[in-house]
Structures are given as structure tokens and as C-alpha cells.
Design a protein around this ligand. Structure first.
Ligand code: ADP
Length: 380
């Protein structure tokens, strides 16, 4: 009996129970039962340890910050991401002493089961999900900076679109009201107004086309027809559409590059060239020059369009790829611009996994350089 008691004592440390058998049946039954129990206990403990290390690993790998608090708001468990977000805290610390966010503290102290608080920490925005559980409270911090930014961009985009559409709509309404009421008697004046209406309608439809194009490129999942294109003919096609401006402003075009074939979507590549070459012409000076160079560079196509035009101020250079950003709104509108051209270019280049560079000097000119990897034709 003393031996059993000693072994049980020993068992309490590592739950192992080992005892030799004696010649007493009753005694051996007890020893067997305890041994069995010890075996089962050790198995359960092993499983619990495994589960715990799995949980720890999950918490460690999580991008979200996780904190488990007891009922007195003391930390039971905190993962590495939570420490990165909230600063250094240890188990047993009271979170109330460390947190500077009154919204979270208020949420901790009330009885609502699940709450959501959005807070800004340094340069990031987090949604903190606070849930009351049996042990106390859990806090989960999810980084929502990118989603909030996208949401802001979307709402800015819509407000820009409605602003851009409202202006021509107002003037169309004004002129058409005057004409409909018969208030303009002079035929010349009537013609002038109709011409203005026509111009506004053209600029509106240009804007709508650009918006549709941009959203189609952005949604990326659209299957587009790819085909081999001769770049020289494509450039000629673009230049043809600017014939009037080229003659009007006496612009000289230089395009002495060797022809090359690029596989892409005709409309996308045409629009890309049309926007970049169009800008080089639109924002040029009288008697200016535009240099177009297209060449094969390894497995990629490099397109360089340089002009001797008005240039872009340094402060605006990073922003001209944003939607609706224009350095000189008056000039852009007068030349049929929508402010979406370079945004379309940037998105198209990234759709083709290429890169774009802008170099510009005020009053001297601008160079746009794009490198786009050669694409392959998908087999049907
Ligand atoms: P837009 O339709 O107004 O031309 P873009 O997105 O194509 O819009 O260009 C944005 C702005 O960048 C233009 O309004 C213009 O101010 C400036 N910009 C673009 N290309 C040039 C260039 N080659 N030379 C000078 N300014 C340019």
C-alpha cells in the first residue's frame, strides 16, 4: 500500500504510474486500474498540448491582432500582431492601463455581446471586433486601411463624375431652354448656341466612353481578344485622328523606328497610344516636335513618346496619372480632354504587367516611357 501511495505521489508530477504486480489479485486490480487511468490521462494531456500549440501557431501567424482578456480586463493571451498594433503588452497587464482609445474602453465596459469600433492607429485604420465570451472578452483588430482607401476613392470618383457631367448638362439645358422658348431670334446666334450644345454633347460622350473604358480595364477579368498588331500602322492610325491639330499648330512628328509586332488587344493598345501621343500633341507649343520611338527590348516592347511642349510642373508630375487630375483644366477641356487619359494609360500598362515612367521639365517638354512584356496568344 505504501508503494501505491508513493507511486501515486510520483504520478502527480508526470502522470506516469509504474508498479510491479504482487501475488494479491485485489491489489493487482487496483494497480491495473490506476495504470490504465494514468495512461488515458497522459494521452489526453498530450492532445491538449497539441491543440494548444496549434492555437498558438495560428495566433502567431495571424495578420489580425488578437487579445483575450479576463473579466478584470487583464490580458490572458495576446498575439504578435496585436503587440505590433497596440505596442508592447504582457499577459497579466491590465489593458485599460495601456489603451488610449476611449471608444474601445467604453465598449469593453458595457454589456453588449458583440461590438465593432473603427480606430486610427498611426497611419492605419483598424476595425476592432469586441466580443464578450465566458472567460472575459476577445478583441480582434483587422486592418481595413486599403478597403477604406478604396471606398474613399470610389466616392471621390463618383462625385467627380457627377461634377464633370453636371457642368455640360447645365449649359446644354440653358441653351436649349433659350432656343425652345424662341427667345433667340438672330439666326447666327441660334447656330452658335447649337454648336455649343453639340460641343458639350461631344465632350460628355467622350467622358462617358473614357469612364466605361477605365472601368472595363479595372475589372481586369474581362476576356479580351488579343491579336498580333503592327505597331507602325497603329501609330499611323492614331496620328491620322490628330491630323487637324498637327496642321493647325504646325507640329512635326518624328517616327523613324523599325516596325515591330506586339500581341495585345487592339482597342486597348490603340487607346494607350492615342492618349499618350494625343497629349504630346495637345500640350505642345506652336511649331513643336513629337518623337515617337517603339522598339523590341528582350521579351518586351518599349514605347517612348517625347514632346517639346509646355511640360508638367514638378509638383503635379506624380498626380497626372490620377483620375480627373489636370494641370490646366481650361487647356485640357479646350482640347477635348477628360482628365482620364493618363489614368487609362497607367491601368492599361499595369494590365499588361508593364512599367511607365514620366520625365518632364516645365516649358521644355515631356517624355513618357512605357515597357510592356510581350504577350502570348491564348490557345482556343
Ligand atoms: P486630359 O484628358 O486632361 O489630357 P490626361 O489624364 O491625359 O488628361 O492628363 C492629365 C493632365 O496631365 C493633363 O490635363 C495635362 O495637364 C497633363 N499632361 C499630360 N500629358 C502632358 C504632356 N505631354 N505635356 C504637358 N502636360 C501634360
Amino acid at each position: 500500500m505504501i508503494e501505491i501511495s508513493e507511486s501515486l505521489d510520483h504520478m502527480s508530477e508526470d502522470f506516469r504510474f509504474d508498479l510491479k504486480r504482487y501475488n494479491y489479485a485485489e491489489f493487482n486490480i487496483i494497480v491495473d486500474t490506476i495504470e490504465n487511468l494514468s495512461h488515458r490521462l497522459r494521452k489526453v494531456i498530450k492532445e491538449v498540448k497539441l491543440e494548444r500549440s496549434k492555437m498558438e501557431e495560428i495566433l502567431k501567424q495571424m495578420n489580425e491582432g488578437f487579445v483575450l482578456l479576463d473579466k478584470d480586463y487583464r490580458i490572458i493571451s495576446i498575439n504578435a500582431s496585436a503587440i505590433k498594433i497596440l505596442g508592447n503588452m504582457q499577459p497579466n497587464d491590465s489593458i485599460i492601463d495601456y489603451l488610449y482609445y476611449p471608444d474601445i474602453i467604453n465598449a469593453l465596459k458595457n454589456d453588449i455581446l458583440i461590438q465593432e469600433v473603427t480606430i486610427k492607429i498611426k497611419h492605419s485604420i483598424y476595425t476592432c471586433y469586441i466580443s464578450k465570451v465566458d472567460l472575459g472578452t476577445t478583441l480582434l483588430f483587422v486592418d481595413v486601411t486599403a478597403a477604406k482607401k478604396a471606398e474613399k476613392m470610389r466616392s471621390e470618383f463618383f462625385s467627380n463624375v457627377s461634377h464633370e457631367l453636371k457642368t455640360p448638362m447645365t449649359s446644354i439645358r440653358g441653351y436649349s431652354d433659350l432656343l425652345a422658348q424662341g427667345l433667340v431670334k438672330d439666326e447666327e446666334r441660334q447656330k452658335e448656341m447649337l454648336l455649343k450644345i453639340q460641343n458639350e454633347v461631344n465632350s460628355m460622350s467622350g467622358l462617358i466612353n473614357d469612364i466605361l473604358l477605365l472601368s472595363r480595364i479595372e475589372s481586369m477579368d474581362v476576356e479580351v481578344d488579343m491579336m498580333p498588331m503592327k505597331m507602325k500602322s497603329l501609330v499611323d492610325e492614331v496620328l491620322e485622328s490628330y491630323e487637324v491639330e498637327i496642321i493647325e499648330h504646325d507640329i512635326t512628328i518624328h517616327k523613324d523606328f523599325d516596325d515591330m509586332v506586339y500581341i495585345g488587344n487592339h482597342q486597348q493598345i490603340y487607346t494607350l497610344l492615342n492618349n499618350v501621343i494625343g497629349n504630346a500633341i495637345k500640350y505642345n507649343k506652336e511649331h513643336g516636335h513629337v518623337y515617337i520611338d517603339i522598339e523590341e527590348q528582350g521579351q518586351a516592347m518599349k514605347v517612348v513618346v517625347r514632346d517639346t511642349g509646355i511640360g508638367i510642373p514638378l509638383a503635379d508630375q506624380a498626380r497626372v496619372f490620377e483620375r480627373f487630375y489636370r494641370v490646366d483644366k481650361g487647356r485640357s477641356k479646350a482640347r477635348g480632354g477628360t482628365g482620364l487619359g493618363l489614368a487609362i494609360v497607367k491601368h492599361t500598362v499595369s494590365l499588361y504587367k508593364g512599367t511607365i515612367r514620366l520625365n518632364s521639365e516645365l516649358d521644355k517638354g515631356t517624355t513618357i516611357e512605357m515597357t510592356m512584356p510581350q504577350q502570348t496568344l491564348k490557345q482556343a
